[in-house]
Design a protein around this ligand. Structure first.
Ligand code: G6P
Length: 587
């Protein structure tokens, strides 16, 4: 969270940084700011609100070196004064991360006469660099970073230095190598179309970026080389292509995500080797990725005799302190940068477990920790709420489970190709507007299912609450009668997913329990008997028959569309839900 961007070159820095921030807004959007150097002096514009609030000021910021920030508040509420950049003396900087020891540092800086203008932890870094500055910005930054605890990506401008000094520790920084200028940014999408090559900084790295060159240093200030990689960010992923929102565009890209994931699987040889030797598989992730992990656990246990478990990444470190021979940790993460997931992977790696990443970000932190990578190849996802990346993760985990079972992977890939085509026409014809109207007027919406349908229900509930702000919860259908039923009345809606014929009768009785208490029910099903039983009494959404393991791809599409439509009816911005960020780089 928090997107940062820097540029040094022949172009208009304010305009370039502004555009970069617009592309990084999914990392946070409660305030934004830009600083530009002109004639050796730094000028700043910063404001509470979205990046576009800065457009009026960009014309006043002439210069060829600049940095910018789009914020997701951690320390200090969203306000003009807490917006980045922060300055002290000749120093101006932007920060992504959390400086954990900032109260102590702030106290010391105040005791030695420092005055603070904001409530942020980041201003401490500006003061510290200023205090340590003695004519050499790199030296001052290295010295200051030795005093910081926590995580940081820092981009620093210093009057007298015609460039940007960068520090990276546990928050991502990508350097862009351009023609006539160089860039630095939190994520690759900011650099789409700007430069052919990138370098990914490692933890403890520093860099000096000027118009003509990029120099990278280790934590002792010794020059190091980092591989130049192809910039994979594509401008087309930033194009809405006629859709009103990225969320709707990306739901419609789910079929391609499933197909591309199946196609890419043949290149995941190392990952397959690890999975073939697994005795126990621990799956982990946060948010939507955790829900994919839960589904992955069921795939593995249904297909093989390998023991599988799924835990929230933020909780995993408390669950077990060791790993056994044959343990494989599967870290599921769209961004590959989620701090809890990355730390869980690091921890299990240190216990001796093999680490496998399921991600769609090939240059991300998780890929550098992992022993093997499976590409959930959904392409860049811009909407904060995950949609197509979830479909890709389900496809990837379906294939991983097949490998763990020693099954016929080619046959499963073919199933996914066929499923991708069915999903495309299913999304085109599925209309959930009536159900969305109902949800938008409900006091609560409960999502219910058993086994795989329960995992799908959890994700459906997360989607609805995060983009529409309607209260929702996901439960196992069997649990309804043990408490939640007390909340069901005429104002409540319940969305059931029933796709396993062996469990249909039991789930159907939960639908009856809701209907007989005056609640509204919707049933997502591919089972004819269920459709007949509830036709006319519940809203039926017919899924194509594709078997219980792939049905979650279809129920996910329905639930994503439902969340989207409900958000639009209620006038929410589905792409940028309040208080949330896409890439959560703090623990
Ligand atoms: C945030 C996003 C979610 C996402 C979660 C995990 O909370 O808003 O959409 O599922 O992070 O992100 P990851 O990049 O690790 O999949």
């Amino acid at each position: 969270m928090c997107g940062i961007m820097g540029y040094a070159g022949a172009g208009n820095a304010a305009a370039i940084v502004y555009n970069g921030l617009l592309r990084l807004e999914y990392r946070g959007y409660d305030s934004a700011g830009i600083a530009v150097m002109y004639d050796g002096k730094i000028k700043i514009a910063k404001k509470r609100g979205r990046v576009k609030e800065l457009s009026a000021f960009c014309g006043e910021l002439a210069g060829n070196v600049g940095i910018g920030h789009t914020r997701w508040a951690t320390h200090g509420r969203p306000s003009d004064k807490n917006a980045h950049p922060h300055s002290s003396g000749k120093i101006t900087l932007v920060h992504n991360g959390i400086i954990e020891n900032y109260p102590k540092l702030k106290e010391e800086l105040i005791a030695s006469g420092g005055k603070f203008a904001s409530e942020t932890d980041s201003e401490v870094a500006a003061k510290l660099v200023d205090k340590n500055y003695d004519g050499d910005i790199l030296e001052a930054l290295i010295k200051s970073c030795k005093m910081l605890e926590g995580s940081y990506a820092l981009m620093v401008m210093c009057e007298g230095f015609d460039g940007i000094a960068v520090a990276k520790y546990k928050s991502p920084v990508i350097i862009g190598l351009g023609d006539g200028g160089n860039f630095c940014a939190s994520d690759e999408p900011a650099l789409a179309g700007l430069c052919p090559g990138i370098c990914v900084l490692e933890d403890g790295d520093f860099a000096l970026i000027t118009a003509d060159e990029v120099k990278i240093f280790d934590s002792d200030g010794k020059r190091v080389e980092r591989a130049v990689l192809e910039n994979l960010a594509e401008e087309k992923s930033l194009d809405l292509c006629g859709y009103p929102h990225y969320m709707l565009k990306e739901i419609n890209e789910s079929p391609a995500a499933v197909r591309n994931t199946a196609s890419a699987f043949s290149s995941c040889g190392k990952a397959c080797e690890i999975l073939s030797g697994a005795k126990r598989i621990i799956l982990t992730g946060c948010g939507t990725a955790y829900h994919a992990a839960l589904m992955g656990k069921r795939y593995i246990e249904n297909f093989s005799s390998v023991h599988a478990r799924a835990d929230f990444a933020g909780e995993l470190r408390y669950a077990s302190r060791t790993a056994e021979e044959g343990d494989v940790l599967v870290a599921v993460t769209q961004s590959g940068e989620t701090a809890d997931t990355v730390e869980a992977a690091r921890l299990y790696g240190s216990f001796g477990a093999k680490v496998l990443a399921v991600t769609n970000s090939p240059h991300s932190a998780i890929t550098r920790i992992a022993d093997g990578v499976v590409y959930a190849d959904s392409g860049a996802e811009i909407c904060v709420a995950a949609t197509k990346s979830y479909s890709a993760q389900l496809a990837a985990l379906y294939l991983c489970a097949c490998v763990a079972a020693g099954g016929d992977v080619k046959a499963r890939e073919e199933e996914l190709f066929a499923c991708s085509d069915m999903l495309r026409s299913f999304i085109e014809r599925t209309d959930v507007r009536r159900l969305a109207e109902r949800c938008s007027k409900s006091s609560a919406v409960y999502f219910l299912g058993r086994d795989l349908d329960y995992c799908a229900a959890l994700e459906g509930s997360l989607k609805l609450k995060e983009v529409s702000y309607v209260f929702s919860a996901g439960y196992p259908a069997g649990e309804l009668k043990h408490g939640t039923l007390a909340l069901v009345d005429g104002k409540v809606a319940c969305v059931f997913s029933i796709t396993d014929p062996a469990l249909a009768e039991k789930s159907a009785s939960a639908v009856e329990q809701v209907l007989s208490r005056g609640g509204a029910a919707a049933v997502l099903t591919d089972i004819d008997g269920v459709k007949e039983e509830f036709g006319g009494r519940a809203e039926i959404i017919s899924l194509p028959a594709c078997g219980k393991y792939l049905a979650p791809l279809f129920s996910a599409a329905v639930m994503q569309l439902l969340a989207y439509r409900t958000a639009v009816i209620l006038g929410r911005d589905p792409d940028k839900p309040r208080n949330l960020a896409k890439s959560v780089t703090v623990e």
